[in-house]
Design a protein around this ligand. Structure first.
Ligand SMILES: [Cu+2]
Length: 279
């Protein structure tokens, strides 16, 4: 039973556990849910009591009441007070949902101000201005992630991956979400809220994963025929593992580019330069 209750509650409440912002969204939801449940039970209880206690009886004339100022003022003020209470709780939680914290001691090494040229009302940065910034590109029908480490100033040569994003634990990761075609929606429920990937526009969010693990999500807006296959995974690994993974990724991409260059040179020698578009 002790196990059953949290499991049942988790079924009705947002997923959490992967990042502080997701945890704050979850606890805010639970606070509001409890307030709403208390009000629901009180209103339904009073209504059922009234239905039973004052149900129609033969020959009885119900009391004819015209207005009750005290009651009317009472329920107006009570409803307003509930709204004010909900607003206070929400605004108290809002900053910890929107504003990323600094990275932990181990992750701090990987965080930098690269790619974080500015903060704005949409883009929040950690107090020390340092994070690991990853660009999330939505495209029909796959997610692409571009990591820091471009070898050229215009961002070319940066390591990237598809579908699975690898991130270091204890590191504040900021996401710059864009789209190359239609509107997609980035959502890993355990890592926080949902953000749309809109062509020509940047959306920002962040997460900070405390311990290694795999977090799954999926494109959350119908974006075409392949929408159902547009999965997303975030794999959190210790910072040292992340270093090695990123270096390996860079190596693979360099080798693949070199192989493509060689194939192109070979083909253009066979068929003549200019005749080869895609080796
Ligand atoms: Cu999509």
């Amino acid at each position: 039973m002790g196990q059953l209750l949290p499991t049942t509650l988790a079924f009705f409440t947002p997923q959490s556990g992967g990042s502080p912002n997701a945890n704050q969204i979850d606890s805010l939801y639970k606070i509001l849910l409890v307030i709403a449940l208390v009000i629901f039970v009180a209103v339904m209880g009073a209504m059922i009591y009234a239905l039973v206690r004052f149900r129609a009886r033969k020959g009885a004339t119900p009391a004819q009441i015209r207005g009750n100022t005290r009651l009317e003022v009472g329920w107006t003020v009570a409803a307003a007070a509930i709204l004010v209470a909900l607003a206070i709780v929400t605004f108290a939680k809002l900053s910890s949902i929107q504003n990323p914290p600094n990275s932990g001691a181990e992750g701090d090494r990987l965080a930098s101000s690269d790619g974080l040229l500015f903060a704005s009302s949409e883009r929040k940065l950690p107090p020390n201005g340092k994070a690991l910034n990853i660009t999330v590109i939505g495209r029909q029908f796959i997610w692409q992630y571009v990591y820091p480490g471009a070898s050229e100033p215009d961002g070319l040569g940066a390591p990237y991956s598809y579908e699975e994003m690898v991130v270091p634990t204890e590191t504040t990761v900021t996401l710059d979400i864009v789209s190359s075609d239609v509107v997609h929606s980035w959502w890993i429920p355990q890592l926080g809220g949902k953000f749309q990937a809109v062509p020509g526009y940047h959306n920002y969010t962040w997460f900070k994963v405390p311990k290694p693990g795999i977090y799954r999500g999926q494109c959350a807006v119908l974006c075409g025929r392949g929408h159902a296959r547009m999965l997303a995974t975030v794999r959190a690994v210790p910072p040292a593992t992340f270093d090695a993974w990123l270096a390996g990724r860079k190596q693979q991409i360099t080798e693949a580019n070199k192989a493509a260059q060689e194939a192109r040179a070979k083909l253009s020698k066979q068929t003549g330069a200019g005749a080869v578009e895609n080796p």
